[in-house]
Design a protein around this ligand. Structure first.
Ligand SMILES: *[C@@H]1O[C@H](CO)[C@@H](O)[C@H](O)[C@H]1NC(C)=O
Ligand SMILES: *[C@@H]1O[C@H](CO)[C@@H](O)[C@H](O)[C@H]1NC(C)=O
Ligand SMILES: *[C@@H]1O[C@H](CO)[C@@H](O)[C@H](O)[C@H]1NC(C)=O
Ligand SMILES: *[C@@H]1O[C@H](CO)[C@@H](O)[C@H](O)[C@H]1NC(C)=O
Ligand SMILES: *[C@@H]1O[C@H](CO)[C@@H](O)[C@H](O)[C@H]1NC(C)=O
Ligand SMILES: *[C@@H]1O[C@H](CO)[C@@H](O)[C@H](O)[C@H]1NC(C)=O
Ligand SMILES: *[C@@H]1O[C@H](CO)[C@@H](O)[C@H](O)[C@H]1NC(C)=O
Length: 770
């Protein structure tokens, strides 16, 4: 593990960027209240030395009459102290969850001594304290090439018959996005439950349950936050005409799979999302019969056996369920990803071609374009006095922290982004102090990435460069003046999609030999359903909001996976991922390489394969498939112990028998190559399956700038049948001076026929300093 960290650290060092090891909030600094890690009742339990632990154990020895739930639960109970087993009441209080499908283990309230005692029992593998993980559209369907009555939407009948399970803060039933108009009844396999009363569940919203602080509560999973309503409607919301906020971004809103079914599993409260609840919800969702799981939440990098989401997701893919997760909002530093397991689709965030424009105009005539969802058409274009919030005293005033501003009455106030203070909260402080308007400038690391937020006063969010120019102007005159010009919804930005600053970056620390993130999708200023009105219902009756985060890009991909599953019911989760990855776009609308927050071309650790292209993913030509058992030799190659692997696979594993493969030998649709020894070349095989026309011939196109030569054999793939597989060998050969000219190389291996282009991105990094 240390080696892998070292590689990532080396890259970060070489590129002069700092390492950020925080947990990821998949919604950005927009004011999610989910930061306080412990509820009060839990604090009380801590006083008595009790904590919730997740305990992984081996599978019980098979009995004659199969492994019933009762048998499994009595096996779990055998690990607990006698004092529990003797009293039903104590057992009910202390046993939090017994997992049945995705994991062999349970969650229980235990003291450290009780855990210690358990460790000596036969069949025990490991125990760790429950973790609290943070949570990490009218236009985006068209931007992604989805049009009514055409192509993929038509071919998949808008995701009909597919069930998307969303783990989040709950949902707002009755919202028009969750109407079941045009949606048929759920398939017969559906076994889920709806804990909303009466008519709130329907053919669209077919499941709704709450998992919080232990038990499945039976309480209706009402969304008090907004996040879960937004992500669910992005994945599978129905068509809603005239959706908008403040009259902006007006149009027909819909999710990616508007006729798919939705099931909400509420796992997050205002305190965050606990890992034991997440695993319980995944366990239930799999038994319920979902087809796709969408998780816009996650913690920092961890070995897969110690990461509940990775463990649960492996249980899911074993049942053919696709799992899509947010990459995290800890960018732009390298090695800042969440949810890195190769059986998960890891989704970064990029812009769409829409901005809600608001321009800062200064007394010297200079104008700086920025964004704000709240557009005050009444705001005067006359210049007002301009002040820099940090001018008088210190950093916290510069950040417009709560209670810090005074003397700004009637003025335009320049505030700095960051400091853990929500962007909207900064505007609230300016408004409280009597300011007339706010110019919010980026921090250095956010560069040119701006966001359209529902500010509470006239405001615009501008780039770091614009902020510096505005500061210099303030210094240059004794009477600085400014105003904000509101220009409304503008579509057609040729720089879109662009990777946004907060999107977490690779390389993966948990498994550097797998390229992550896999893909980027829309995650900036996304309009979707919201529980309450943010514009006091002035412009519409249905309630929508525009928010940003990898939380928003993940459900786009979950919905697209649902469409692909509907149009290709026989594709495995790995096949769907391969189709998405190998058909991604690497250029923007202007035909130039996708850029990042610095306006320079984004690198492979920001984009992964590139930007999702759903119509192309529907017809990829070739796929790189992987069976669940193929991950076992890969996990052995990560040097996990047999017991650690068993936590993930729920089967007895002996690496000495199944064999070991290097990470890069997994049949993944991309390549992440690490060189520790430049005297040796490395070779890997890949197997592709023909899902295009029976008679297809593919030729090779290789691009890997830098001092690594590549050789691929065969260099032509000739298929005569659908479903036929061909294995090829890719060799990476270091040349003199490899790795001395750049910290890493990136390129691709592309197979192309008359009709298809199948691209595997390649990263090559060097770890040669020992
Ligand atoms: C159903 O739930 C809604 C919202 O939670 C509530 O307003 C309504 O009164 C409930 N209806 C019944 C019949 O319980
Ligand atoms: C703009 O002015 C009109 C007329 O005075 C008023 O009704 C409206 O509420 C104002 N809008 C805003 C956003 O302040
Ligand atoms: C910064 O200034 C504000 C307002 O004057 C004050 O409330 C705050 O305590 C100061 N913070 C520090 C760190 O000095
Ligand atoms: C503005 O002036 C202050 C005080 O003279 C100085 O510290 C600051 O660096 C200047 N800022 C810019 C952007 O020139
Ligand atoms: C909405 O209404 C509340 C309460 O009346 C008010 O404080 C707030 O400023 C209003 N927001 C907008 C955007 O008009
Ligand atoms: C696993 O251990 C072997 C032998 O020590 C080493 O060569 C390899 O790099 C390790 N793999 C990982 C992923 O750490
Ligand atoms: C593929 O090509 C072979 C040989 O040329 C031919 O016999 C076969 O009919 C073709 N199959 C299809 C589906 O076109």
């Amino acid at each position: 593990m240390e080696n892998k960290k070292f590689v990532a650290l080396q890259i970060m060092y070489l590129l002069g960027l700092s390492l950020i090891f925080c947990l990821s909030l998949a919604i950005t600094d927009g004011g999610m209240g989910i930061l306080n890690p412990k509820a009060e009742s839990e604090a009380e339990e801590e006083n008595s030395g009790m904590q919730t632990y997740i305990v992984w154990v081996k599978k019980p020895v098979r009995r004659l009459f199969s492994e019933s739930h009762e048998h499994l639960e009595s096996w779990y109970k055998s690990f607990l102290p006698k004092s529990f087993t003797n009293s039903k009441e104590v057992m009910d209080q202390r046993m939090v969850y017994a997992y049945h499908h995705v994991a062999t283990g349970f969650a229980a309230k235990l003291t450290a001594e009780e855990v210690k005692e358990m460790e000596t029992k036969d069949g025990f593998i490991s125990a760790h304290q429950d973790r609290i993980l943070p949570l990490h559209t009218t236009h985006s369907p068209n931007f992604l090439g989805l049009y009514q009555d055409l192509g993929l939407w038509k071919g998949s009948n808008y995701g009909e018959g597919i069930i998307i399970g969303v783990l989040d803060t709950g949902i707002t039933p009755g919202h028009p996005s969750f109407s079941d108009e045009g949606v048929g009844p759920p398939p017969a396999k559906w076994k889920g439950k709806c804990d909303f009363n009466g008519t709130f569940c329907n053919n669209k919203l077919i499941g709704a349950r709450s998992f919080q602080g232990g038990k499945t509560t039976g309480a209706p999973p009402v969304d008090l936050e907004g996040h879960g309503t937004h992500t669910s409607s992005t994945a599978g919301g129905n068509f809603v005409k005239g959706a908008n906020v403040f009259g902006m971004a007006k149009g027909t809103a819909s999710g990616m799979a508007p006729y798919a079914h939705l099931a909400m599993y509420q796992v997050c409260s205002e305190q965050g999302c606990s890992e034991s609840d997440i695993v319980a919800a995944m366990d239930t969702a799999i038994a319920d019969g979902v087809d796709v799981l969408s998780l816009s939440l996650g913690g920092g990098s961890a070995p897969f056996y110690a990461d509940g989401i990775a463990v649960g997701a492996f249980g899911a893919i074993q049942k053919g369920i696709f799992v899509s997760c947010s990459a995290g909002n800890e960018g732009p530093g390298y090695g800042s990803l969440s949810n890195e397991a190769p059986w998960i689709l890891t989704v970064g965030a990029s812009t769409i071609d829409r901005s809600i424009k608001a321009t800062a105009k200064l007394g010297n005539g200079q104008e700086y374009d920025g964004e704000s969802l709240f557009q005050d058409k009444n705001f005067s274009s006359n210049l007002l006095p301009l002040v820099y919030a940090g001018a008088y005293s210190n950093d916290s005033t510069a950040l417009c922290d709560v209670g810090t501003l005074n003397g700004v009455e009637g003025k335009v106030v320049l505030c700095e982004r960051g400091g853990g203070i929500g962007r909207i909260a900064k505007g609230e402080e300016v408004k409280r102090a009597g300011g007339a308007a706010m110019i919010l400038m980026n921090e250095d690391t956010d560069g040119y990435s701006t966001l359209a937020d529902a500010h509470v006063l006239p405001a615009t969010h501008v780039s770091y460069a614009a902020g510096l120019s505005i500061k210099a102007y303030i210094n240059s005159t004794s009477t600085p003046m400014a105003t904000i010009l509101f220009k409304g919804t503008v579509i057609g930005d040729q720089n879109a999609p662009a990777v946004t600053s907060f999107s977490s970056r690779g390389p993966s620390l948990a498994s550097t030999g797998i390229l992550k993130p896999d893909i980027i999708g829309p995650g900036v200023s996304i309009l979707a359903a919201w529980p309450v009105s943010v514009d006091n219902g002035t412009e519409s009756t249905a309630t929508f909001n525009m928010v940003s985060g990898t939380s928003m890009s993940c459900p786009h991909l979950s919905g697209i996976a649902a469409l692909l599953k509907s149009s290709h019911p026989d594709w495995s989760p790995a096949a769907i991922k391969s189709a998405i990855v190998t058909t991604a776009d690497i250029v923007n609308l202007g035909g130039k390489p996708i850029i990042d927050e610095t306006l320079a071309p984004a690198d492979i650790f920001a984009t992964g394969a590139g930007h999702v292209n759903p119509p192309k993913a529907d017809d990829p030509g070739l796929i790189y498939d992987t069976k669940p058992t193929d991950y076992i030799p890969y996990l052995c190659g990560l040097n996990y112990t047999d017991d650690q692997i068993q936590i993930i696979t729920q089967q007895t594993v002996k690496c000495s028998e199944v064999g070991v493969i290097p990470e890069a030998q997994l049949n993944y649709p991309s390549f992440s190559i690490i060189f520790q020894d430049l005297s040796q070349s490395q070779d890997y095989t890949r197997t592709v399956t023909n899902v295009g026309p029976a008679n297809s011939t593919y030729n090779l196109d290789l691009k890997l700038p830098g001092k690594i030569a590549m050789s691929v054999s065969p260099s032509q793939l000739k298929f005569t049948e659908v479903g036929q597989t061909i294995t090829y060998l890719a060799e990476f050969i270091p040349e003199d001076g490899a790795g001395k000219d750049a910290p890493f190389y990136q390129g691709y291996l592309r197979w192309f026929s008359d009709q298809h282009s199948v691209i595997s991105p390649i990263s090559v990094i060097f770890d040669t300093q020992q």
